[in-house]
Design a protein around this ligand. Structure first.
Ligand code: MF3
Ligand code: CO
Length: 263
């Protein structure tokens, strides 16, 4: 069963989403050479709690931190620690916030200085794939329309989508039904209806799609050591179409037409 939320409930998720967006923005501004991912995590936890939120990831299935920090070839679920950012790195940051019993979740990949042409293109294509997926989140469409749009955008640009990790419904819990793969066929899967709230999150590798899990049992990395990027928004399907609940002030709904306006 895919939950459908009322406009008032969607507003509550949007309040959690504002904290998520602000937290990502705050961390983005701190991403420079010499900063550890543990320092970003500490700043994020303080940011979230000062606003009355709870970092959803902390303690989730035993995850030890408030954010996931995944540098370079790490796809997702990197545990923050002593890793020190260096010029030319890319870093994926993923944050979930619970506020008054409602959850929002978003992620982005940040460059530290100039990461080079391939990494820049990878980030742009991944953000673009998210924008393409969000555009298909419309009443009457099917879940497969979102998945297929994401996959198409990634593959036509020569990159690959990770298949073993998916987006998800969100609301009372961080992970609710349905699972939202980043590959699929148009017209397949459940019909999309007003009130559904999804976390859409393409994870895109510069090389092959295969991934491995690290010794810490959390960090997921590309099997071939290639770079990976991750962009995610919590999005509600409203009477006016898709509404991004984690965009912050940087983007209004105009952002739907342009990946560069999503953040
Ligand atoms: N936001 C991530 C997701 O949607 C979850 C990270 S929290 C963790 O999968 F605890 F699972 F790492
Ligand atoms: Co998510």
């Amino acid at each position: 069963m895919i939950a459908r939320r009322s406009p008032a409930q969607i507003e509550k998720i949007a309040r959690a989403g504002e904290i998520v967006a602000g937290c990502l923005e705050m961390m983005r501004s701190r991403c420079r050479a010499g900063v550890t991912t543990a320092a970003l995590d500490a700043a994020a936890e303080e940011y979230i709690r000062r606003r009355g939120g709870v970092p959803t990831c902390k303690g989730y299935r035993g995850f030890p931190a408030s954010i996931c920090a995944s540098p370079n070839e790490v796809v997702v679920h990197g545990i923050p620690g002593e890793y020190t950012l260096a010029e030319g790195d890319i870093l994926s940051l993923d944050v979930g916030v619970t506020l008054a019993g409602w959850v929002a979740d978003a992620a982005l990949t940040v460059a530290v200085g100039d990461p080079g042409r391939q990494a820049s293109r990878l980030m742009e294509v991944t953000a673009g794939a998210l924008a393409e997926g969000i555009k298909r989140f419309r009443a009457g469409n099917h879940l497969g329309d979102i998945s297929a749009a994401v996959q198409r955008h990634v593959e036509k640009n020569g990159f690959s989508v990770v298949r073993t990790l998916v987006g998800h419904g969100i609301g009372r819990q961080m992970h609710e039904e349905p699972q939202i793969p980043n590959y699929g066929s148009p017209g397949e899967g459940p019909r999309l209806e007003e009130g559904m709230v999804f976390a859409i999150e393409p994870m895109v590798n510069a090389g092959g799609e295969k991934v491995t899990v690290g010794k810490d049992k959390w960090a997921v990395s590309t099997a071939d050591g290639s770079l990976s990027a991750h962009f995610e928004h919590t999005v509600a399907l409203t009477a006016d179409g898709p509404r991004i609940l984690t965009a912050g002030d940087a983007a209004g709904q105009e952002g739907l037409d342009s990946a560069s306006m999503l953040w």
